[in-house]
Design a protein around this ligand. Structure first.
Ligand code: HEM
Ligand code: HEM
Length: 174
């Protein structure tokens, strides 16, 4: 096995705090209470910090390390279809697209949530609907994200979820 350090402490702490915050607001908290708003702001804060870390952080945390790429995504899909084993040290091309999708969805959720607490948008139906649709979209995306993590871990023989805990990818030697 090659042990390759990939995710720094910030990325890991960010990820698991995000999971807890998102899950709490999507399932547990009463949206009409302050707790829902505080947790929502915390999630927004995490995403904000992650955006900064994407510019100044460690190598694989930087956006420049996982630029959105149509060609890369197509190649990744071909690898999956043909069974070609190609382990990406940082984020994979399809993983990268999902990450941008999740971060953008969380920003829309946060902004539309906050808007509902302002005098201008309080009780405005379309703002409420944007919040609801964005939450549903994020939930579907998370389901896909988790299925992809499990599927790719099996296909590549690399435990991706464990790497998000320890920070280290254990990559089998060829
Ligand atoms: C992780 C981020 C968030 C998630 C997952 C989330 C999730 C949800 C869900 C599931 C609902 C219920 C929608 C429905 O009626 O079917 C809701 C409603 C709402 N959320 Fe959020 N939310 C988040 C962030 C925020 C933030 C940051 C705020 C404001 C500061 C906020 C304010 C509200 C308000 C005002 C409602 C409507 C409550 C009502 O029905 O009167 N949310 N949210
Ligand atoms: C138990 C459920 C989850 C597991 C096992 C999981 C696992 C992972 C793994 C392994 C990665 C790294 C992917 C790679 O190797 O390229 C990752 C990245 C990521 N996941 Fe999850 N995830 C889960 C839930 C969530 C949820 C609920 C959210 C957000 C709502 C989320 C958002 C993200 C984001 C934004 C990244 C990028 C991390 C970064 O570069 O900072 N994940 N996840």
């Amino acid at each position: 096995m090659n042990s390759v350090p990939v995710w720094d402490a910030f990325v890991r702490l960010f990820h698991w705090s995000l999971v807890v915050g998102f899950a709490a607001n999507a399932t547990l908290t009463n949206p009409e209470t302050a707790l829902h708003h505080y947790i929502g702001y915390a999630v927004l804060g995490l995403v904000g910090l992650r955006l900064v870390w994407g510019l100044i952080g460690t190598r694989h945390a930087r956006f420049s390390d996982f630029r959105p790429s149509f060609h890369g995504a197509l190649q990744h899909l071909c690898d999956m279809a043909t069974g070609r084993r190609h382990v990406h040290v940082g984020h994979s091309p399809l993983g990268a697209l999902m990450i941008y999708n999740l971060l953008a969805s969380l920003l829309v959720i946060g902004a539309s949530g906050y808007a509902q607490t302002t005098l201008t948008f309080f009780g405005v139906k379309w703002v409420k609907e944007v919040h609801e649709v964005a939450v549903t979209w994020a939930e579907i995306s998370v389901a896909l994200h988790v299925m992809a993590v499990i599927g790719e871990s099996r296909r590549l023989g690399v435990n991706l979820a464990r790497a998000m805990v320890t920070g280290v990818k254990e990559i089998p030697r060829e």
